[in-house]
Design a protein around this ligand. Structure first.
Ligand SMILES: NC(=[NH2+])NCCC[C@H](N)C(=O)O
Ligand SMILES: [Mn+2]
Ligand SMILES: [Mn+2]
Length: 314
């Protein structure tokens, strides 16, 4: 176990793996296989090797939810009922683990799931901040979305922006705009840019990563959301934040992303705060790209998780 002490977790330090084989927030098949590949690659043993107790009792089953199809309703959003119900159930699972003093590690699945994970974290740690690592801002509302894909919208629901959707009535808009920060952005829709500006949401795009270096960017990001380094941190990592040469198997790759080391540095630095209370690793899609690219993406996903949980280089 690394020498950093997590300030929020009781002993024995325990992780709860929340495997979420879910793809309903976007149209590409296969992202639901992400968590299965991550676990099959040995993630659980790897986390035990670095000193964690790990609970995993199988991937989340969304069967009953899948059994109730979305009726055609008048909205541009795709599968709103399905996504909402799945996220509601993820929120209660993640929230339950957090309340038991475990650190939930949610494996996606598409990034719409973060509506559930962040809601679950905030239910147990109301003053938690969110560090969102992504090529995208995922902050569209039903007014601004061009795709209708809900994986491009979870942050706006968490903030309570945009119009009310009865399907999503369970989501409490508990996230404050000053409690979220982005790193890695480089593909932002026009409407999202406006929302970020109007709500004064802090974001470090790849431009700032180039300009200041990743060390300084992480420090500035923490200074913004966690100035006294005393608030719990939820880290939501979309694997497409990494450059496609590093993580090719993902549904919406964007060139010009984080290097292998920049991605890992972020995770290592968050671990060093001793404040991490929840982690998401999202958007690994093992059915996109050739077998070697898939292997590489799954391996990098596992190593990001290990870094956030205390694997050290020395
Ligand atoms: N979680 C993701 N990979 N999101 C990609 C979102 C892309 C685009 N902004 C959209 O709204 O559809
Ligand atoms: Mn993304
Ligand atoms: Mn995302």
């Amino acid at each position: 176990m690394s020498s950093i002490v997590n300030k929020f977790l009781p002993n024995p330090k325990t992780i709860a793996i929340v495997g979420c084989p879910f793809s309903g927030g976007q149209p590409k098949l296969g992202v639901d296989k992400g968590p299965i590949h991550l676990v099959e690659a040995g993630l659980i043993d790897q986390l035990e090797e670095i000193g964690w107790k790990v609970h995993f009792d199988g991937h989340h089953q969304f069967e009953e939810i899948h059994a109730a199809p979305d009726p055609p309703i008048k909205t541009l959003l795709k599968n709103p009922r399905l996504v909402s119900r799945v996220c509601e159930s993820v929120a209660s699972v993640v929230g339950g683990h957090a309340k038991n003093g475990q650190l939930p590690v949610t494996l996606g699945g598409d990034h719409s799931l973060a509506m559930g994970t962040v809601s679950g974290t905030l239910a147990s740690y109301p003053d938690a901040c969110v560090i969102w690592i992504d090529a995208h801002a995922d902050i569209n509302t039903s007014k601004t979305t061009e795709s209708g894909n809900i994986h491009g919208m979870p942050v706006s629901f968490l903030l309570g922006l945009g119009e009310n959707h009865p399907e999503f009535a369970w989501i409490r808009p508990v996230l404050k705009p000053e409690r979220i920060v982005y790193i890695g952005l480089r593909d932002i829709d026009a409407g999202e840019r406006r929302i970020l500006r109007e709500n004064k949401i802090k974001a470090f795009s790849m431009h700032e990563v180039d300009k200041y270096g990743i060390g300084k960017v992480v420090e500035m990001a923490l200074d913004h959301v966690n100035p006294n380094r005393d608030l719990p941190i939820h880290l939501s990592f979309d694997v497409d934040a990494l450059d496609p040469s590093v993580a090719p198997s993902t549904g919406t790759p964007v060139r010009g992303g984080l290097t292998f080391r920049e991605g890992h540095y972020i995770c290592e630095a968050i671990h060093e705060t001793g404040l991490l209370v929840a982690l998401d690793l999202m958007e690994v899609n093992p059915s996109l790209a050739d077998p070697e690219s898939v292997r590489q993406t799954v391996a990098v996903g596992c190593s990001l998780v290990r870094s956030a949980l205390g694997e050290t280089l020395l």
